[in-house]
Design a protein around this ligand. Structure first.
Ligand SMILES: [Zn+2]
Length: 281
């Protein structure tokens, strides 16, 4: 009986302490939402729309936890269910997804990059499957340590999410952030990790993808030179290649993208969210 009493106290304490950081959140499609838990039962599990999301340890305060919830660009809008389940109950967190009015742009590229032939189609589908298998693999180990940095300091020429029309026929959306970069500009790893892709691909051109652990991947496309190899461990700020104009491009630039738990998200908005953990009040 005493045990039951203390358990009630414990969960009551959990609720009081955690409510302050669990206020209702609003997000756009393509965003990552961060929920912080100053206190949470040891056996707690977090679910987003019935899918389990990893409960991660705060980088500065080992007793505190957080979750990253990636909202797909093509997500339905409205109220979402985020549920914390533990032995003696559950807590629902409020998350409202709003539709962002992303701008529109038209782009002209080589015709073969819009209407690939059969052999090229086989290649793109093979490369797509290979990449998705990687992105849906969540390495439990954490490689990232510090706040994320930009891959280079340059003007942003196209934001994530822009609705795109290629050569007047192919509709798509921009899955990353483009930085102005003339061919040969050094590109840097945005955090520590392991290189999981370092090769030429049909649309992305010469590509580097880094696994930062915990389901977080950063991607660097259209490079002119690769300076890292598959399986190599890289440090934040390390030069991983040079920018270029390989793959489906209308000119040289860096396409920087991030995948969180297999979902393509706005990379710079992700930076803001995760980097907020490093900002002490
Ligand atoms: Zn791009």
């Amino acid at each position: 009986m005493f045990q039951g009493f203390f358990m009630i106290i414990r969960y009551f304490t959990f609720l009081i302490f955690s409510l302050a950081s669990l206020l209702a959140q609003e997000a756009y499609n393509g965003n990552t939402v961060l929920f912080e838990f100053s206190k949470i039962p040891k056996d707690a599990q977090v679910f987003f729309e019935s899918k389990k999301v990893p409960l991660l340890t705060h980088p500065l305060h080992v007793k505190e936890k957080f979750v990253l919830i990636p909202i797909s660009y093509r997500s339905f809008f409205g109220d979402k269910n985020v549920t914390v389940l533990y032995k003696n109950g559950s807590t629902a967190l409020a998350l409202h997804v709003k539709k962002k009015a992303y701008p529109f742009e038209t782009i002209t590229v080589a015709p073969s990059k819009v209407k690939p032939n059969k052999k090229q189609q086989e290649r793109t589908s093979r490369e797509y499957k290979e990449a998705m298998k990687i992105y849906h693999t969540s390495t439990p180990k954490r490689y990232w340590k510090e706040a994320f940095i930009y891959p280079l300091q340059a003007k942003i020429t196209s934001d994530f999410g822009t609705a795109r029309m290629f050569n007047g026929s192919l509709k798509s959306f921009h899955s990353g952030t483009d930085f102005r970069a003339k061919t040969g500009t050094p590109i840097h790893a945005t955090n520590d990790g392991i290189v999981v892709i370092a090769k030429n691909r049909y649309y992305a051109g010469n590509s580097v993808v880094i696994d930062h652990g915990e389901g977080i991947y950063s991607c660097y496309y259209h490079l002119s030179a690769l300076h890292v190899k598959l399986g190599e461990r890289v440090k934040q700020g390390e030069q991983i290649g040079l920018s270029g104009a390989t793959g489906r491009v209308s000119g040289p630039h860096l396409h920087y993208a991030m995948m969180i738990q297999g979902v393509q998200v706005n990379p710079l908005q992700f930076h803001e969210q995760i980097n907020s953990l490093f900002q002490e009040e």
